[in-house]
Structure formats: structure tokens, C-alpha cells
Write a protein that binds this ligand. Structure first.
Ligand code: ATP
Length: 824
């Protein structure tokens, strides 16, 4: 085939120069495959030759008295290697003369290149394989020579023997032994990154695996699917075909002749389906019960990347961003997270049948005929999609919604009539055995790993097992509500963890408000990495209402400052601004700086509204209305979704909403503008409304110890000197002094700063940063104070501020008016 291709190319482009032809060939996939296969062939050949050589080398040694060509050219010479003379010659050179047993590293490396070139598959990065093979070649061969008492053996090869001989002459046998132990340990630590911590983590993971139950309940049908179990996971769908129904005893009673068939999903299927199970996925066995025929459609799980790949990406990410102050910062590894449950979705065929019959019979009772039923099994609920018989009006089913739910007599039934865009009616029925969606499974998903979102949040899995990753930056603010104990805190943690797993501390800062004082305290550990706070406050996590008001107002100032910066940079949003800043098109001397996203999280919003009312509502509404372009995003969560908490003004500015289970339809309407949240089953079962649709999701689950591990991992790394400082907000009551600050409120370096500004006749924060070795925020604050004291003029966009004091003498008079009066 490759040949044909090449020929066609040749005839169509007869005048292509020779090197052009090579270039073409190098791009040709079939050439890659052939080259890769050739390497794999050579690797296999060498491996077999070497193995055989280890057994036959002694017998063949006499033949190697001849020269290579003599040996090859004379058919009279015979060798015992299984690959004959070529095999024996390879063994003699690579194993005996050169590397000994470590020669096996060569075919391993060649094989790895072959796999990569032809199948684009590589279990480990090639560079790593190369480093391992080179080290092993030298170390193992020398070590085997050492073990043999510094002798040239087949295992040590010539290289090992000579290296060991030299080293022994320098340091003796004992020294040599110690050197081997040391070099092995050093290599393990430096190259393989084995540390006592990683060993402990590995042991912990093994113990956890061992302690997990391995077997499935026998009552449930679990049959392996034909797709590879590890990467492709399946959310089964069941089609119940009503057409082949036959009538026997009673007219109403449909006869069920079940027939199951596994299909992989069609690419054009509306929902990409995935399941969190990494074991062979279950497939319902054919059963012969009454009812319409059903097909099981197995949907393929989107690929989960291997941990290695994921961690490699994380590493690459760390190196990629050029703006990093914490260049050695590492995003948390995925092994801090635990796989909850066994990650399997178990399909109980009996349960499916029973639910199907129940739905069919119930609808029959209301004289609604069904043409087809399809079931999609998700982690918590199964969606039965119904196509009613021609002529049945959807409004009829919609009106019967409550009756149908009642007849099905299960908690958490939700009827969607019709499912938007699908022309079917959906009935969601909770699974008897809900499976937990682990945060780990969601974060390893290809979707999350490859996301290009600015603030990606992995919320959980949809009813068809698709991982749902949303962009908080696009939402642009999120309202979360749900009765107590239904999974709100877990949801908040999932959102925060998603961002922590993707974004460097330079890119995002959190402002955490936690009136309950318990939920978010774990994030204290990452204060100097990811948190933002008001200057001169002790705790970054805000628990006190008065501080919340100051913080919200401070965020409003930050918002205004950012708008000024955007205006002077002539860009429309934070993305364009940062891109321009990274390309060095904005001058830091003029106050420009890289702007991290700021995510404000308020855990118990009801408490705040109850105590501070308008004082918090107004800045929140202002932020929510304006802050999207400049990268400030709000997440507010509440247990009490009543209209005096989630007011019209809040609702109007929070288009994205999440509802966990609530106790009444009214609450559901308050949050979502629709019912449904009252029919959820709790434990992370949620409805997500990104704007105009409702998606039922099982929220990703991570436990408090996992959050602890993540924050600990981040907290133990090098940090910024302090939390990200928000602009100072002086409350109305304390700003009575006409704008000028009292002396005690001024920065300790205020006077020094004033002198520098006057001496240089230049009013810029960066000058102060350089001269006084200050951080941007502090320098910025001093500039504000200098302005308030009338020493420099106001901010003038791209121009430097004007210095209003001409010389040092005038400055001294201004700073110490009393003493000046006495002197004069
Ligand atoms: N996504 C989930 N998957 C599985 N179980 C969950 C999930 N979310 C929550 N749960 C279970 O529900 C319990 C309560 O969850 P959580 O603490 O998040 O509730 P809450 O709504 O924040 O409650 P409160 O408002 O009282 O703080 C958890 O301890 C856990 O057992």
C-alpha cells in the first residue's frame, strides 16, 4: 500500500527534487509505520539472539576464533545460537564484548522507539527510557563484574569488566561495593524520583487496593465488554423496542421478549458517554421476561490519561508559563486523590426490567402507548427515554408528571417532557446502588486534562457518564444552593480542587468567605500561594461579617483599578490584557502588572445577607454585573434558598446555578427558575444550569483528608512572601479626614518613599519597588498615600504621575509642618 501511494505521488509530481521526495516520505504515516516495525523487528531479533547467546555462548566461543566474515562466509561453520550465526555474532559483540546482561537495554530502547514511531504509543517518555537504559548498561555490567570478583563474564561484558577493574584499582573491593550502592540510590532518587515520601505513598496505595473488596454481588450481571477495560469505560444504554411486542392474554399487557445487544456509540450520538469504572464493564445478560424488546447500547468512556501522562502534562505546564515567580512550583499530583468505591457502575438487569415494566405499565394505565424505550445508566440515576406512540401529546405526559412519579413510587424520579433537542421524554429513576464519582476519576479524564478553559471546574459526571468540565470564567458567576447535608461543601471543594489542579498560584487567587468557620479552614495552608486578603488582616479566610463588607468593597476597588489598567492598555478583557503584558507590550513602570483571576467564594451566603443585608448585596451585585471582563468571578453558596437570600438582583446577575437537593419545589424554583431540585436524591446528586438548560449531574466526590493532602502539598512548597493583597478599603466611618490619612495609618516607609519620589521627581510605584525593595501591592498603597497627602498627582493612565512637591525642603515642610513653623 505504501508502495502504491509513493508511486502515485511520483507520477503526479515527476519534477519533485530528491530531498523534497524524502521530506514527503518523512511525513507519510505509512513510512513511519514501516520504519517503526523495522525497529521492533530488530529489537525482537536482538532480544532472542541475546537470550539464546546466554545459553550457547560457551559452546560457540571456539567459532569466534575466526574473523566475522570468515564465520559468515563459510557454511561449514556452525553455531548453536537459535538465530544462527547472526544471532551468535550479535551476542558475542553486544553481550560478551560490550555490555553483558545490560545489552538487553538496547533492544528495549529500539523497541520503544519502534512503538512510538509506528503506533504513537509509548509507555514512558523516550528520554526517560534512554536515561534508564544508558545508566543500566553501565551500572549493571560493572556490577555483575564486581559480583563475579572483577572477572570478565558473559553477564558483565567487556565494558563492565574494564570499568570494575579500573575502579577497583582506585578504591579496592569495599570501596567499589559502596560506590555501587551509592550510585544506585543516587540514580533512583535523581532520575527515578524515588523519595521516602513517594515510597510511603506507593505503599499506602497498595494497601488501599488490597483492602478494597474485589468481587461484585452475584445477583448483578457483570459481563466484560469487548473494548479495552482500562481506557474505555462504558455507560450502558438499553433500548426497549416496543414494536415487536405481541399481545397474548390481555390487550393492555405488553409481552416482553428481551434481547440484549452491545453496541459502541455512534459518533453522532447526542451525548458522549463515559463511566467511571476501570474494570470490565457490565453487560446485561439476555433474560426472558415480559415486555418489549430491548437493546443494550454501550457507550464508550472518554479516555482517561495514565497517571504518568497526566503528571507529565503538569510538569510541562509548570515549565511553560514564562511569568512564574514560583518557577519550581508543582501542581498537586493526582495520587493525592483516592478512588472512592470501586468506580464501577453495576447494572442490575432485574432492576432495569422492573423499572421498564413499571414505566410501561404506568403509562399504559394513562393510555399512553410507547413506541420505544431506551435506558442510559448513569452513576446515580438511569435515564429512560421514551418515544411515545404517534398521536400522544407531550402535554398529556407533562400533565401526568406527578401521577407517573407517584406510580413509580421511588424517591428522586424526575420527568423531563420533552428532553430539549431530542424529541423524547425522559424519566430519571435512581439506581438502587448509586456509585460514587471520585474526584480522581474526573480529574484524570481526558476532557479535564486537555481543557483549555481559563478556570476549569470539573463538576462531576452527567447521566450518561460524561465528565462535565465547565469554565467558571465563562459562567461568569455561580450560585450554589441545596439543603443541608446534600453535598454543597463537597461541591465547593470539587470546584476549588479543580482549579488548584490546573492553575499556578500566579494565575488565580481565591478570596474565601466562610462564616461557618469550618468548611474552608483547610485552605489556610495555601494562603501565601493562592489566597488574597486585605492588607493588615491576620487571617486570609474571612469569617467575620464586617470584614466581608470591607473585602467586597476592596474587590470593587480592585475591579475599578483593573478597568483603568484595561482602558490604558486599550484592551477589552483580562485575557487580552495579560497576553499583551506577557508580550511585553505594557510597561510595568506605568503601573501595569500581570493580573491573576480572582475567585470569590462565599460559603454561607444566607448568614451574610441576614446580618449585613444591603451592605453586602450592593457590592456583590456590582461585582457580579461588572467583574467578568476583568477576571473576578463569584461563587456563592447557601443552604437557605429563600427569596430574601437569593434576591432578584442576585439572581439576575448569576446566570449559572447549581442546585443540590432541596426540600420544596418553591426552593427549587428560587434557585433554578424550575422544579426538579426537590426530586433529587441527595449525596451530590445535582442539577446544573449553565444558563438555559438543566443538566443532571453526580457531583465529583473528594473527602476532607484529600483536600487536606492537596493543601498540604501546595503549602509545603515555596510560597510568595505574603498572600495577594487586595487594595485597602477605608470604610465610610473612618474616611472623615478629607482623604488624607492620619500619620499612624501611613506606611512605615511613607516618608522615605516621599523623599525618593521628590528627589527623582517621578511618581511611580515601580520606582518605589526598586528603591525600597517592596512588593507591588505595598508600593501601590504608598503611592495612594502619597497622592492623598498631596505629594503626587492623580493616576493619569499611561503617563507617570506628576510630582507636586518641587524639592526636598518643601517636602520636609509638608511632612513636618510644626517644626518648619518653629524654624521659620
Ligand atoms: N458527590 C458526592 N458523592 C457521594 N457522596 C456525597 C457527595 N457529596 C456529599 N456526599 C455525602 O453527603 C455528606 C454531606 O455532604 P456535604 O458536607 O457536602 O453537605 P452540605 O450540603 O455541605 O452540608 P452543610 O450545608 O450542612 O455543610 C458527605 O459527608 C458525603 O457523605
Amino acid at each position: 500500500m505504501a508502495k502504491t501511494k509513493k508511486q502515485t505521488k511520483k507520477t503526479s509530481k515527476p519534477k519533485t527534487p530528491l530531498f523534497e521526495g524524502w521530506k514527503e516520505a518523512a511525513k507519510d504515516r505509512s513510512v513511519h509505520v514501516v520504519v517503526g516495525l523495522a525497529l521492533i523487528f530488530i529489537a525482537a531479533f536482538m532480544t532472542i539472539a541475546f537470550i539464546s547467546f546466554l545459553f550457547s555462548w560457551d559452546a560457540d566461543q571456539s567459532q569466534f576464533q575466526q574473523s566475522f566474515w570468515e564465520l559468515m562466509g563459510n557454511p561449514e561453520y556452525e553455531v548453536s545460537n537459535i538465530l544462527s550465526k547472526l544471532g551468535a555474532a550479535l551476542g558475542q559483540v553486544f553481550v560478551f564484548k560490550w555490555f553483558g546482561i545490560a545489552a538487553f537495554a538496547i533492544p528495549i530502547f529500539l523497541g520503544a522507539i519502534g512503538l512510538k514511531v509506528s503506533f504513537k504509543f509509548s509507555p514512558y517518555p523516550l528520554l526517560k527510557i534512554f536515561r534508564v537504559t544508558v545508566f543500566l548498561s553501565l551500572w549493571l555490567s560493572a556490577f555483575t563484574a564486581f559480583l563475579a570478583g572483577v572477572e570478565h563474564t558473559v553477564l558483565s561484558g567487556g565494558v563492565g569488566y574494564y570499568v570494575a577493574t579500573f575502579l577497583r584499582s582506585w578504591m579496592g573491593m569495599l570501596g567499589l561495593g559502596l560506590l555501587f550502592v551509592f550510585t544506585l540510590i543516587a540514580w533512583l532518587v535523581l532520575v527515578m524520583k524515588v523519595t521516602p515520601d513517594s515510597l510511603a505513598a506507593g505503599a499506602k496505595a497498595i494497601l488501599q487496593k488490597l483492602s478494597r473488596p474485589k468481587t461484585e454481588p452475584i445477583a448483578e450481571t457483570t459481563v466484560p465488554t469487548p473494548t479495552p477495560a482500562v481506557e474505555d469505560e462504558v455507560a450502558p444504554e438499553v433500548d426497549f423496542d416496543q414494536n415487536e411486542e405481541t399481545e397474548e392474554e390481555t390487550v393492555e399487557e405488553p409481552q416482553l421478549k428481551s434481547e440484549l445487544e452491545i453496541k459502541t456509540p455512534q459518533p453522532e450520538a447526542e451525548v458522549e458517554v463515559e463511566a467511571s469504572n476501570t474494570e470490565p464493564e457490565p453487560k446485561p445478560e439476555p433474560t426472558s421476561s415480559e415486555g418489549p424488546e430491548m437493546d443494550v447500547e454501550a457507550a464508550v468512556e472518554e479516555e482517561s490519561l495514565s497517571e504518568k501522562e497526566v503528571n507529565k502534562k503538569v510538569k510541562e505546564f509548570g515549565e511553560y508559563d514564562p511569568k512564574l515567580d514560583l518557577s519550581r512550583f508543582k501542581l498537586p499530583p493526582l495520587d493525592l486523590l483516592v478512588e472512592h468505591g470501586d468506580g464501577n457502575i453495576t447494572i442490575d438487569q432485574e432492576e432495569l426490567e422492573a423499572n421498564k415494566n413499571n414505566i410501561v405499565n404506568t403509562l399504559q394505565n394513562y393510555k399512553i402507548g410507547i413506541e420505544k424505550i431506551k435506558a442510559t445508566i448513569g452513576p446515580t440515576v438511569t435515564l429512560y427515554e421514551i418515544i411515545p406512540e404517534a398521536g400522544v401529546r407531550i402535554s398529556k405526559i407533562k400533565n401526568l408528571e406527578d401521577d407517573i412519579a407517584l406510580s413509580l413510587a421511588a424517591l428522586g424520579i424526575r420527568i423531563i417532557a420533552p428532553i430539549p433537542g431530542r424529541g423524547t421524554i425522559g424519566i430519571e429513576v435512581p439506581n438502587k446502588n448509586a456509585s460514587v464519582v471520585s474526584m480522581r476519576a474526573v480529574l484524570t479524564s481526558e476532557k479535564f486534562q486537555n481543557t483549555k478553559f481559563d478556570l476549569p471546574v470539573a463538576l462531576g459526571k452527567t447521566i450518561s457518564n460524561e465528565t462535565l468540565v465547565a469554565d467558571l470564567a465563562k459562567m461568569p458567576h455561580l450560585l450554589m444552593a441545596g439543603a443541608t447535608g446534600q453535598g454543597k461543601s463537597v461541591g465547593l471543594n470539587a470546584i476549588l480542587a479543580s482549579i488548584l489542579y490546573k492553575k499556578h498560584p500566579a494565575q488565580v487567587k481565591f478570596v474565601l468567605v466562610d462564616p461557618k468557620k469550618v468548611e474552608l479552614t483547610l485552605y489556610n495552608k495555601i494562603e501565601r500561594h493562592y489566597l488574597a486578603k486585605l492588607p493588615d488582616t491576620e487571617d486570609a479566610i474571612i469569617t467575620d461579617t464586617s470584614k466581608v463588607i470591607n473585602t467586597l468593597n476592596s474587590l470593587c476597588i480592585e475591579m475599578d483599578n483593573r478597568y483603568e489598567l484595561l482602558k490604558s492598555a486599550m484592551v477589552r478583557n483580562i485575557k487580552e490584557y495579560n497576553a499583551k503584558f506577557i508580550n511585553r507590550k505594557l510597561n510595568p513602570e506605568e503601573g501595569h502588572r500581570y493580573l491573576p483571576y480572582i475567585v470569590l467564594v462565599i460559603d454561607e451566603f444566607a448568614d451574610l445577607i441576614m446580618t449585613a443585608g444591603k451592605e453586602v448585596e450592593t457590592p456583590i451585585a456590582r461585582l457580579a454585573q461588572l467583574a467578568r471582563a476583568i477576571g473576578i468571578h463569584l461563587i456563592i453558596a447557601t443552604q437557605r434558598p429563600s427569596v430574601n437570600v437569593i434576591t432578584g438582583i442576585i439572581k439576575a446577575n448569576f446566570p449559572a446555578r447549581i442546585a443540590f437537593r432541596v426540600t420544596s419545589k418553591i426552593d427549587s424554583r428560587t434557585i433554578l427558575d424550575a422544579g426538579g431540585a426537590d426530586q433529587l436524591i441527595g449525596k451530590g446528586d445535582m442539577l446544573f444550569s449553565p444558563g438555559n438548560e438543566l443538566i443532571r449531574l453526580q457531583c465529583a466526590f473528594l473527602d476532607t483528608p484529600e483536600v487536606d493532602e492537596i493543601t498540604e502539598y501546595i503549602g509545603n512548597q515555596q510560597a510568595y512572601p505574603e498572600a495577594y493583597l487586595l487594595p485597602e478599603y477605608v470604610g465610610e466611618e473612618s474616611s472623615g479626614g478629607g482623604g488624607a490619612l492620619a500619620d499612624e495609618d501611613r506606611d512605615a516607609l511613607f516618608e522615605d518613599a516621599a523623599r525618593i519620589v521628590v528627589i527623582h521627581q517621578q511618581g511611580s510605584a515601580s520606582l518605589l519597588q526598586r528603591k525600597l525593595k517592596l512588593g507591588y501591592n505595598r508600593a501601590g498603597r504608598i503611592v495612594d498615600q502619597l497622592e492623598a497627602a498631596g505629594i503626587i498627582g492623580p493616576f493619569e493612565g499611561s503617563k507617570a504621575r506628576q510630582v507636586l512637591v518641587p524639592d526636598e525642603v518643601s517636602l520636609e515642610q509638608k511632612l513636618n509642618p510644626g517644626s518648619a513653623d518653629i524654624e521659620s
